[in-house]
Design a protein around this ligand. Structure first.
Ligand code: PRX
Length: 664
């Protein structure tokens, strides 16, 4: 769905004026200083191809050097470094061991039960080689697709790296997805093998992964020959004799060496399905070399990653963030990562902060939704833990509201850690717009400026750049970059239609609305399909949410549009209060207070028509608010969405059954 042209702009009405210079201590030691960053930008502007060529030569270990930097013959299906050869697993493991990191911890894993495992680069290499050999013994060849459906355990990384080692294309399916969603993805990829576990652990419960695989494979998945099953949660499961194999005995029997399969730079590294506007998930296809180059570089530029860092990206490997900043980027830099399998609030709201303390986490990268959920529990909980090891904080996945930004900065970062608000997408592969922490002054809620080599712009309906500050439009990237998604698996037409045809193939359409402020800083307003048009004014749902969350009573808010007789589109806000949900006696007064508050904070046009209170918002297991579901609830439409992936399925009935309050 796109915004209907009305001649008006996506306007920025959230006026955030606070500005934070990089802390001096941080800036003094940073990998990138102002002059170096300026030189990188300048180089990219002067000689775009030379810029990427030099980085690809200096950052990656080529088995066969490339001579072509960018092949544009089939633009916008761009090809980077295409006559070169390398192997991504070789970069993440062999290269690190050769550099002397064999005994260094690659992974520090903490289970929900509290059990801790440390895995060195050498141990990881061994496990990857054994699984790679096991895959080969089962007939998996370069270019074959392997679906990975595992909990967030080190073996998920082993599985991804093992595929990369033999040139098989992995497709990780988030462990919180239902059997139906899994089947759809297996069938779309035409996978020959599935790697799963008996079960996963979350909030003290066992997630029945193998059962979901069995049910998925019951139909439409004839391409699957084998299932490798990791013994993890210990729950009893049936094994199908001619199809299923236990991971442990299978791997133990394998040789501990497996030569990497050298693949062309453009060889697909993975597919990752993501939702599109039609509801049918699209398999975003990434390359090997170009992808790795951007994820490796952004770890250095954005996370200032150093040898001694302990890097914790809390994302599941089922999402792109878990691919780029758990599995590939940090390991290609020889870093130590933390992995935690479990709920952030299990057994209590201090779990995240305890993990930071116990593992000496120096860089924490998480999502605004997690920050808000933890903020809601109060400052006393993080205050119980020693968070002094932290030196940098990151945010990703949605616009972070200034309220949550300030809390993250003050309570978690102790005022000394820069915050990198990183804008990117499954399709971009790596971070595109973000502060460089030792250089860029930050503003709460802005992802600031494009990284070197990223040419972002904002276009109006006619495709003209929007120059006026705070006037919004479509966020686009005007030059290709190495980690750009190559296509949608099996549907290049959809790839061209979704991302390129809106502006005649000239630039990549991100699907987000955004505006720039006086300093040229980018502010993401939200998905263009989440932009409301109220009485001819476009309003970002996020801005209204941000205003609501800035009210002392409000912990979380989600705003959706719904048809309105006079205004075209009206505003419905779902609100979760701090503490208890308002009772019948005061619900109307509080709703009125919040409506007035928003009107005062933003503009009377942004005043919600109705506010509904709930105990929680409906979220996917990855923590994203299910806006389409909320829209359907708001319009009293029958629900067509798969609610089986909801973290809290009971909430739907509550949101529907609530008595409407605050309607004028
Ligand atoms: O709307 C933007 C939002 O998340 C979308 C991409 O979602 P996905 O492909 O699932 O990838 C999420 C992790 C990279 C974007 O189109 N988004 C992501 N990061 C930010 C953001 N919105 C605002 N600020 C961000 N930092």
């Amino acid at each position: 769905m796109t915004v209907t042209p009305t001649g008006t702009h996506i306007s920025g009405v959230l006026h955030e004026r606070r500005r934070f210079e990089p802390p001096e201590q941080f800036a003094a030691r940073a990998r990138l200083h102002a002059e170096q960053l300026a030189a990188l930008h300048e180089r990219a502007r002067q000689d775009y191809l030379g810029f990427w060529r030099e980085l690809a030569v200096s950052q990656l270990n080529w088995h066969k050097p490339f001579s072509i930097t960018l092949d544009e013959r089939e633009a916008p299906n761009y090809r980077w470094f295409c006559d070169g050869e390398l192997n991504v697993s070789h970069e993440c493991l062999d290269v690190q061991i050769i550099a002397g990191r064999g005994e260094k911890a690659a992974i520090r894993f903490e289970a929900e039960t509290g059990e801790v495992r440390r895995i060195s680069y050498r141990e990881l290499y061994l496990q990857v080689c054994q699984l790679a050999n096991a895959l080969k013994s089962l007939g998996v060849r370069a270019g074959d697709r392997v679906v990975i459906y595992l909990p967030l355990v080190p073996e998920a990384i082993v599985a991804m790296q093992a595929c990369a080692r033999i040139g098989a294309i992995h497709s990780v399916v988030f462990g919180g997805f239902s059997a139906l969603a899994l089947r759809e993805r297996i069938a779309d990829a035409g996978a020959c093998l599935v790697i799963t576990a008996d079960g996963g652990r979350r909030a003290g419960q066992i997630v029945q992964l193998k059962a979901a695989v069995d049910s998925a494979l019951a139909e439409r998945c004839e391409s699957v020959r084998n299932v490798i099953v990791l013994r993890h949660a210990g729950n009893p499961i049936p094994m199908q004799a001619d199809r299923d194999l236990w991971w442990q005995p299978l791997c133990e029997a394998q040789s501990p060496r497996c030569e990497p399969q050298w693949v062309p730079a453009e060889h697909p590294l993975f597919l990752l399905h993501t939702s599109g506007s039609t509801g049918r998930p699209k398999g975003i296809q990434h390359s090997s070399a170009g992808y790795l180059l951007n994820v490796k570089l952004t770890c250095q530029w954005v996370f200032d990653l150093r040898e001694e860092d302990v890097f914790w990206c809390t994302a599941d490997v089922g999402w792109v963030t878990g691919h780029s900043y758990v599995c590939y980027g940090p390991l290609a830099n020889g870093a130590t990562i933390v992995m935690y399998e479990g709920a952030p609030t299990y057994p209590d709201g201090g779990r995240f902060w305890k993990i930071c303390q116990d593992h000496g986490v120096t860089i924490l990268y998480t999502a605004p939704t997690a920050i808000r959920a933890l903020m809601r529990l109060g400052d006393e909980i993080p205050a119980r833990y020693d968070l002094s090891s932290l030196r940098l904080l990151g945010s990703v996945g949605e616009p972070i509201n200034p309220e949550a930004w300030m809390w993250y900065h003050r309570v978690i970062g102790g005022g000394r850690c820069p915050i990198v608000d990183t804008w990117w997408q499954t399709e971009t592969g790596a971070i595109m717009i973000s502060p460089v922490p030792g250089v860029t002054a930050t503003k709460p809620g802005s992802c600031t400026l494009p990284l070197p080599g990223v040419f972002a712009d904002i276009l109006d309906e006619a495709g003209e750049p929007v120059r006026r500050p705070e006037a919004g439009g479509y966020l686009v990237i005007t030059k290709p970059w190495p980690s750009l998604a190559r296509t949608i698996w099996g549907d290049n037409e959809r790839y061209l239609n979704t991302y390129w045809r809106r502006f005649d193939g000239r630039c990549y359409l991100a699907g987000d609305g955004a505006y720039r402020d006086q300093d040229g800083y980018f502010w993401i307003v939200g998905r263009i399909d989440d932009v409301l048009n109220v009485s001819g004014h476009r309003l970002g749902t996020m801005e209204i949410e941000s205003a609501l969350v800035a009210h002392v009573r409000v912990a979380e808010a989600a705003v959706v549009g719904r048809p309105h007789e006079i205004k075209g589109e009206g505003i419905l806000a779902f609100v979760v209060c701090r503490g208890a949900r308002p009772g019948d006696a005061d619900v109307d007064a509080i709703a009125q207070e919040l409506r007035d508050w928003v009107a005062a904070q933003l503009s009377p046009i942004a005043r919600p028509d109705e506010i509904r209170f709930a105990d929680a918002l409906p979220k996917t297991r990855s923590g994203k608010i299910m806006r389409r579901l909320l829209r359907a609830i708001g319009r009293n439409e029958p629900l067509t969405q798969d609610v089986s992936t909801l973290e809290n399925p009971g909430i739907v009935a509550q949101l529907r059954g609530e008595r409407a309050a605050g309607t004028p």
